[in-house]
Design a protein around this ligand. Structure first.
Ligand SMILES: Nc1ncnc2c1ncn2[C@@H]1O[C@H](COP(=O)(O)OP(=O)(O)OP(=O)(O)O)[C@@H](O)[C@H]1O
Length: 330
């Protein structure tokens, strides 16, 4: 993100966070120039990321993009080879020790043979100011499972237990690595309802996901990561605009597709058979120019979907840096 964009967004969000949480306005997360390599793979390749208190941020990326590796650095589970990771102005270790961080990781397995209530109660005891266990279970939507053994739950119920574990300490920052992986649609909706109830209390949340719709619906801000680098950072709307706000499609009706890329607003051109698809950031200007050419057969104008935006931002031929500048243009 550009410095200007970061600041503009952080200023707004800090005010909201201050109002909601009654806490001083500073950054919950501050990652600068982070690099983490595993052999030849640069899993995190120069990540800069600031998250203001009270923000809910989605870390979006394909398989192997670097989401979990970034989260590991943020939680202090791995040390960066280069760069600095700060939480609430201190080290990750200080933040974790002070009980300011709760996490729900992909591969964490609940201890067998204990009940849900016992497990969540145990975790609560490791934090300085936890919420009552019953409240955490209620928030996670598993109040009725308190007496059930954790190793006899469905996948969806287990995910919710992990969520209760992440939030029972009442941490200022909650980090969730693909919290809805393996959940069916209904369970996913229920999870996000619980999540919203939690974020309304002013907590800062970072969650990773492959699901664009879920990022758009549940995050204040979407950070797209690809090949260990942040390629876009903004709201769903900004992301769509960054990738070209609209799609204009029409039949060429035998005309040559020459000069389409030079029309006002056009970001990219795709011609399949007799149909042309233009990605444009000014659909009005594009359509007017097309009308002047007499090329408006079977015209269709539609907003670019988040899927379009995501694909454009993470495709291997996406121009580096383009997406990250979009906050300057909105
Ligand atoms: N411990 C490790 N040893 C070797 N390579 C690793 C290790 N952890 C991650 N990687 C590699 O780093 C890259 C980023 O992986 P990471 O798990 O961060 O991606 P991700 O975005 O979380 O993917 P997914 O959505 O599949 O969970 C991948 O190429 C992965 O194979």
């Amino acid at each position: 993100m550009t410095k200007t964009g970061t600041r503009a967004m952080a200023d707004t969000r800090n005010t909201a966070a201050e109002t909601r949480a009654g806490e001083p306005a500073d950054q919950a997360v501050s990652i600068a120039g982070a690099v983490k390599a595993f052999g030849a793979v640069r899993a995190v390749d120069g990540v800069d990321l600031e998250i203001a208190r009270g923000e809910t941020v989605a870390l979006l990326g394909r398989n192997g993009a670097g989401k979990s590796s970034t989260i590991s650095l943020l939680l202090g589970l791995n040390e960066p080879d280069e760069g600095v990771v700060r939480l609430f102005g201190g080290t990750t270790e200080e933040a974790v020790r002070a009980g300011r961080v709760g996490a729900m990781l992909q591969d964490s397995r609940p201890v067998p043979r204990v009940t849900v209530g016992e497990l969540v109660g145990f975790v609560a005891g490791t934090y300085p100011a936890p919420m009552p266990v019953a409240e955490a279970l209620e928030l996670a939507g598993i109040a009725e499972l308190a007496g059930r053994r954790v190793d006899r739950l469905s996948g969806g119920q287990t995910q919710r237990v992990r969520f209760a574990v992440a939030l029972v300490g009442n941490p200022a920052l909650v980090v969730l690595d693909e919290p809805t992986a393996a959940l069916d649609v209904e369970a996913r909706y229920a999870f996000w309802d619980s999540m919203r109830a939690f974020t309304r209390r002013g907590h800062t949340v970072l969650f990773s996901t492959h699901y664009l719709e879920e990022a758009d619906a549940n995050a204040d801000r979407i950070v797209v990561i690809d090949h260990g680098r942040i390629v876009a950072d903004g709201t769903g709307e900004q992301l769509k605009r960054a990738a070209g706000g609209s799609l204009v499609a029409f039949d060429l009706a035998g005309a040559a597709p020459d000069g389409l890329a030079d029309l006002p607003g056009v970001v990219s051109v795709e011609v399949r058979g007799d149909r042309a698809r233009l990605r444009t950031d000014d659909s009005d200007a594009t359509v007017i120019a097309l009308a002047e050419r007499g090329a408006i057969h079977a015209l269709e104008v539609a907003p670019a979907s988040l899927d379009d935006a995501f694909l454009a931002l993470t495709s291997s031929d996406a121009p580096t840096g383009t997406a990250r500048t979009f906050l300057e243009t909105v």
